[in-house]
Design a protein around this ligand. Structure first.
Ligand code: GAR
Length: 190
């Protein structure tokens, strides 16, 4: 059975596009049925619509820190779409254990570091400041530990002389677009 995938975004959605394009392969085993953003200005929304994917916006701001109410609204947006798997793709809201437990084993994330290093934000700056030889990215299952679930796939990128967070982010993003679709493909086929 083809799995029905929701992709959560907050910004430009380049990982979402990479996932959606990969799922166009007829033997992929999954298809994107919903792209959901927490921000009506997320650039990825128009890209999803152009690819013929349903979009939804659940703005977190009116919930003013009431994460449970925000997550109830997320669940309500998901409900009509019969979703099997959620892919977080640059979704910059922290989800509570209530939401995560409900989706555990069915929710993936891409994080721009070589986990378990550099959970959280500013990953590229932290890797450069630490003098690391490599940065990278990780696709992992989402558990209630932030950026702490089992890693499915990683890619390493060398940190070169004069590297800045911006240059490293650009190089890592190319790898993100490669490993996230591959990790999802393996995930739906195991
Ligand atoms: C990506 O680099 C992703 O790894 C990162 O946000 C960017 C989203 O780009 N995610 C996180 O930092 C999650 N903590 P995109 O919107 O172009 O896919």
């Amino acid at each position: 059975m083809t799995k029905r995938v929701a992709i959560f975004i907050s910004g430009g959605g380049s990982n979402m596009v990479a996932l959606a394009r990969a799922m166009q392969a007829p033997d992929f085993g999954a298809k994107p049925v919903l792209v959901l953003a927490n921000n009506a200005h997320a650039g990825g929304l128009a890209k999803a619509a152009a690819m013929g994917i349903h979009t939804a916006v659940v703005d977190h701001r009116p919930f003013k820190g009431d994460r449970e109410a925000f997550e109830k609204a997320l669940l309500a947006a998901l409900a009509p779409h019969d979703i099997d798997i959620i892919c977080l793709a640059g979704f910059m809201r922290v989800l509570t254990p209530v939401f995560i437990d409900r989706w555990q084993g069915r929710m993936l994330n891409i994080h721009p570091s070589l986990l378990p290093k550099y959970k959280g934000l500013h990953t590229h700056k932290r890797a450069i400041d630490a003098g690391d030889s490599h940065g990278g990215c990780s696709v992992h299952e989402v558990t209630s530990e932030l950026d702490g679930g089992p890693v499915l796939l990683q890619a390493r990128v060398p940190i070169e002389a004069g590297e800045t967070p911006e240059t490293l982010a650009a190089k890592v993003l190319i790898e993100e677009h490669r490993i996230y679709p591959e990790a999802l493909r393996r995930f739906v086929n195991t």
